[in-house]
Design a protein around this ligand. Structure first.
Ligand code: HEM
Ligand code: HEM
Length: 239
């Protein structure tokens, strides 16, 4: 009866802010990963012999990534981001059962694997930013050359690479079309949601408040700072 009533109904799973964040993260990750691999693997580095260009693309992608993430946080639906963060951080008894593969373990909007994945990716994003910034500063000031920085950056890359390969493999495997629709368009069918995420109570899609003058000014400052930094990277590398 219940599934009859849900047939044809679509519910909002990811808002525009969450989808934008995911797209920015995915695109930037691919560029930084590929350029990072060229810098890391000597044989590939020899084929793409222009190291300054590769490094320039790596660093400009890093600045573009951090700038775009800051812009989403400033201009986007912050209440929705806070809600999502709370959902991702909270592991209940069913989530612990899910991790022990002790089924049934009904999930909310995210299952425990998705929660763990998001938390590990967030930690890795922080490690990349800290270790990458230290690598860059260490080239300019030898006192900031800390032992282990490059090993941390490389280990983060290897772990993130394995996780993302698995993540993409799951996302494109048969039967995962509804998940993809959710992250690309925002909505999923109500009967898929009821089957895979039975504890989730979808909210009606709301309109996020328009950013006021203070937020627009902050966004302009962040964009300016990002452009200056990206231009400086290109200048330092190519002059
Ligand atoms: C470029 C190819 C990618 C595809 C096709 C893809 C696909 C998806 C899909 C379908 C979901 C929703 C899963 C669900 O909840 O049903 C999702 C969520 C997510 N994606 Fe991606 N993604 C990609 C790249 C990335 C990258 C590069 C990262 C991070 C470095 C990432 C991080 C996440 C996170 C943290 C979530 C939320 C938790 C989760 O569902 O695992 N994704 N992605
Ligand atoms: C804010 C983010 C990031 C910053 C600031 C950053 C910065 C840097 C810098 C300064 C270098 C040294 C380049 C050289 O002189 O050879 C480097 C190398 C590298 N980066 Fe990043 N990076 C970031 C994110 C990433 C991400 C997301 C990945 C992979 C997913 C990655 C993978 C690599 C790799 C593999 C190397 C080569 C290290 C080696 O030679 O052993 N980086 N990065």
């Amino acid at each position: 009866m219940a599934s009859e009533a849900l047939r044809g109904v679509r519910v909002a799973r990811f808002g525009a802010t969450e989808r934008n964040l995911h797209t920015i993260h995915a695109l930037a990750f691919v560029v930084m990963f590929l350029t990072g691999i060229v810098l890391y693997v000597p044989v590939i580095a020899q084929v793409f012999s222009n190291r300054p260009l590769t490094k320039g693309i790596h660093l400009v992608a890093a600045v573009a990534w951090l700038t775009a993430v800051a812009l989403v946080a400033i201009l986007g639906d912050r209440a929705a981001l806070r809600r999502t963060r709370r959902e991702l951080e909270r592991f209940d008894d069913d989530d612990l059962r899910w991790l022990r593969r002790d089924f049934p373990a009904p999930a909310g909007r995210f299952n425990a694997g998705q929660k763990a994945h998001a938390l590990v990716q967030a930690a890795l994003a922080l490690l990349f930013t800290v270790s990458g910034t230290l690598l860059w500063l260490g080239e300019r000031n030898t006192e900031l050359r800390l032992p282990g920085t490059i090993a941390l950056h490389d280990a983060s890359m290897l772990l993130a690479g394995v996780l993302v390969a698995g993540h993409i493999w799951i996302a494109i495997s048969p039967g995962k079309q509804p998940s993809l629709e959710g992250i690309l368009r925002g909505t999923v069918s109500a009967d898929w949601a009821a089957e895979h995420h039975p504890k989730w109570r979808p909210r009606p899609p709301g309109r996020p408040p328009r950013p006021g003058p203070a937020r627009l000014a902050a966004a302009a400052i962040v964009t300016g700072a990002g452009l200056v930094l990206a231009a400086a990277f290109c200048g330092w590398l190519f002059t």
